[in-house]
Design a protein around this ligand. Sequence first.
Ligand code: SF4
Length: 328
Amino acid sequence: MLHKDPFSSCRLCPRDCRVNRRAGERGVCGETAELRLATASLHFGEEPPLIGEGGSGTIFVTGCSMKCPFCQNHQISRCGAGRVVGKEEFVSICLTLEDAGAENINLVTPSHAAPVLADYLGSAKDSGLGLPVAWNSSGFESLPAVEIAAPMVDIWLPDLKILDSAAAERRYGVPGYPAAAEAAVLFMADLRPLAVDDEGVIKRGLMVRHLVLPGEMESTREVLRWFGEHLAGRAWLSVMTQYTPVRIPGEKGNIPERQLNQREYDTVLEWLDEFSIDDGFVQDLLPGNDWLPDFNRGNPFGSSLSKMIWRWDGGFVLSADPSANPER
Ligand code: SF4
């Protein structure tokens, strides 16, 4: 049960910090009640049903309550890149993404900001936003926070990282992750049946993402087994094999020091067969680390993967052709 102002004694995620974010206090996620954003772009590096023709309208939210020790977006999730965005500017960002051809609004790491995002998305829809909204989260959710967001969300994109409590404590420092993520994912599955349009672009429903960690294959096997038992046939599974060691400044924990190998990759494919998981995606192996984002670059993902629309340190990114990037 949340307080009627959820920010005043924050329990929006299972960290249960109970700090007064409305008064400027910060819990584990590092954020007050104000929404901070880092970037907005058309992103072409997501799964095909999210990209469609126009790309996914990806908006990175600053802060994160999960704090994975190898987060490739750590400049935003842990190091605070971003700035405060009010309702009017948020609406403008969403509408600009829609005008630029986005297939959806894809909110990355939104959970700690659920109340303010629900409010701002309501205004965006009132202002004419017609795109489906995707909730691209760590899976480390509280059900009341998911309920706050649910009226505004069409596509659920939670991670399902790990399902063993002791392993979750060792790897992520959060023994409560498995219980929270299982409950959240099952709740999301009941909210919206999967729906795609004639071009195969997702309009609503649940796609669960799982990142395979090198040398930790038993964790992956458990996630696949659980998915096959509870969600096969009513959700998609996206198996991500892109793990690359990323050293976060100040982070001392051990992380896997290599990428996935071919033998591990082939094992994942065998397990998908074993657990009768047919609907979804398996990423190709991605050797090297050239593709890792750097949010200090003008375009963090590079121009082949992303077209920037807005940045925290420069506002709207306009081209020489005003009709190509409409200003609002
Ligand atoms: S959202 Fe942030 S402040 Fe609230 S409980 Fe989670 S980590 Fe703590």
